[in-house]
Design a protein around this ligand. Structure first.
Ligand code: HEM
Length: 514
């Protein structure tokens, strides 16, 4: 039988070549299909929308995967939608810094976040410039800064630490909920001079923070669907639009309540506060642009105060939650922070019953704590996406052409996870990358570390919030041990603010410091 006869060398060589070519073909096919898998499929009529919708639950990781596969920039085409998506620092520098005036937020941005009115978050051009000048002046007032620091300290010492002490070794609790309450009270105190009292042991319902979250969730939804679609839903008052309308009503009710509490003398002001009129609202209350003919706050005032609440609350609360997630997952980093705190803590009353807290001037120079904070914000920026509009046709440093009226989405979340930007270990939480050989903090340009925004629109609360967050983390890490509770997934929610979908459940123990 020919089949079992001795093989002809020509046949053998031919078979070997066929096998080799087949393997090569499979390898190439697998490689190319892996790349294609990471990119959204484009369908007739509906474009790439189905792929995005199918991956909406893991939107930030999904966009990171296809940005990595496409060299940091990508054109998204959907039905009546066209976005340029990028996380390339050279593009970011061009858009946010060098050609800032060609990339405003645009009218559609204002429509998407209509709950914020025409105040600084939504404004462009001259209106934004004027408002920013005013906020900048306010945020550099030593009285206001001292007052904001006092609000943080009060909430930490009289609210957060006693709350944690009472929770000790009891059932697990959600740290995200805790930080929501803490930052909400603290921000409302800075803005209105009123403590809404959400951080108490009876834990009242978080109605207003939930309304703020709804604004951000629906803002994300509006970004992801054709404008005509959400505008129709808004007119019909259905779906997420119904939820948003209720949230907007709740926010206005909250501002009215806070203003009434200020006005009716039910706010307890200490002597210093009364003499200096320092909270944020005090600097607007007599300005004709912000009050109506009867001296009552007008719509612009409402919008401005709501903007301040968003600026201070969501950002700080979200940052603290992800930072604790990273610290609990990396106990050696928590220990390194304690080692940095030890020489300061040594000089303080330190026994098992008193809580140790740290002064801002003690905390500011701490490099490792700072590095741990920024490293967490690199991987989990509280605002994971930015949106800009193109004023006139332009060519970006990546070589992509953008046209007037086009929308650009910038993924901060993805930028923190690009090998080309942060190296092969880009997905690892490693504060050491921020510390130079001489022990000083590494300077990273804001177009590469965009968490506080870059260029003329950069965050005006960066310095104060960094000091506040460092003080809170120092006190919590020094006084307590934390343990994460298993059995659920920690992942970001698809929203404009990077909150955790299922919260951060942990147990807590008072640290025994010998
Ligand atoms: C973790 C803390 C914070 C982070 C990560 C952060 C981040 C940002 C970002 C990304 C923007 C740009 C938003 C945009 O234009 O789309 C911004 C703007 C701003 N932030 Fe912050 N922020 C933080 C805390 C604060 C605090 C505590 C305040 C003060 C109450 C504040 C005040 C502002 C203001 C007034 C702007 C508007 C700047 C402008 O449009 O010109 N921020 N911030």
């Amino acid at each position: 039988m020919a089949l079992f006869s001795s093989p002809d060398p020509h046949h053998l060589l031919l078979s070997f070549l066929v096998l080799l070519l087949s393997l090569l073909f499979c390898f190439i096919k697998l490689r190319s299909s892996k790349t294609v898998l990471n990119l959204p499929t484009e369908w007739p009529l509906v474009g790439m929308l189905p792929s995005v919708v199918a991956n909406l639950h893991r939107f930030h990781d999904y966009t990171t995967a296809f940005l990595a596969a496409s060299g940091s920039s990508f054109v998204f085409r959907g039905p009546a939608m066209h976005f340029f998506l990028t996380c390339d620092p050279a593009n970011v520098r061009h858009i946010f810094v060098s050609n800032f005036t060609n990339y405003p937020k645009g009218e559609e941005f204002g429509a998407i976040f209509d709950a914020m009115g025409n105040s600084f978050f939504n404004a462009d051009g001259e209106s934004w410039r004027r408002q920013r000048g005013r906020v900048q002046h306010l945020m550099s007032s030593p009285q206001l800064l001292a007052y904001m620091a006092r609000c943080c300290r009060d909430k930490l010492e009289k609210g957060l630490l006693p709350f944690l002490a009472r929770m000790e070794s009891l059932t697990p609790f959600d740290m995200q909920d805790l930080f929501t309450r803490f930052t909400f009270d603290m921000t409302a105190m800075s803005v209105f001079g009123v403590d809404p009292g959400l951080l108490t042991t009876d834990r009242p319902p978080v109605i207003v923070p939930d309304a703020m979250e709804a604004v951000m969730d629906v803002g994300f939804f509006r970004n992801m669907v054709p404008a005509s679609c959400w505008k129709l839903m808004k007119r019909l008052k259905i779906g997420p639009e119904r939820k948003l309308a209720a949230a907007q009503w709740e926010l206005c009710r909250f501002v009215t309540e806070m203003m009434e509490k200020r006005g009716d003398g039910s706010v307890h002001m200490d002597e210093e506060q009364e003499n200096s009129n320092v909270d944020i609202v005090s600097s607007y209350i007599h300005d004709p642009e912000y009050i109506d003919d009867h001296g009552k706050p007008n719509g612009f005032m409402y919008a401005t105060l709501i903007n301040y609440m968003f600026a201070g609350r969501d950002t700080v609360g979200t940052t603290l939650t992800w930072l604790f997630y990273n610290l609990i997952k990396h106990p050696h980093i928590m220990s390194s922070i304690r080692r940095e705190l030890a020489p300061i803590a040594m000089h303080k009353a330190n026994n098992s019953t008193t809580m140790v807290t740290f002064e801002p001037e003690e905390i500011e120079p701490l490099v490792y704590l700072h590095a741990a904070l920024f490293e967490s914000m690199r991987l989990y920026p509280p605002g994971p996406i930015e949106r800009k509009m193109v004023m006139t046709d332009d060519v970006l440093p990546s070589g992509h052409k953008v046209q007037r009226g086009e929308t650009i989405l910038i993924s901060l979340y993805s930028m923190g996870r690009m090998e080309g930007v942060w190296g092969k270990d880009c997905t690892e939480y490693r504060p050491e990358r921020w510390v130079k050989e001489d022990g000083k903090l590494l300077y990273v340009p804001s177009y590469k570390f965009l968490a506080f925004n870059a260029g003329p629109r950069s965050c005006l609360g960066k310095h104060i919030s960094v000091v506040q967050m460092k003080s809170v983390v120092a006190a919590m890490v020094w006084n307590f041990d934390f343990e994460m509770v298993g059995g659920y997934v920690v992942e970001p929610k698809p929203s404009v603010v990077l909150k955790m979908k299922n919260g951060l459940w942990a147990k807590i123990l008072k640290r025994r410091i010998e």
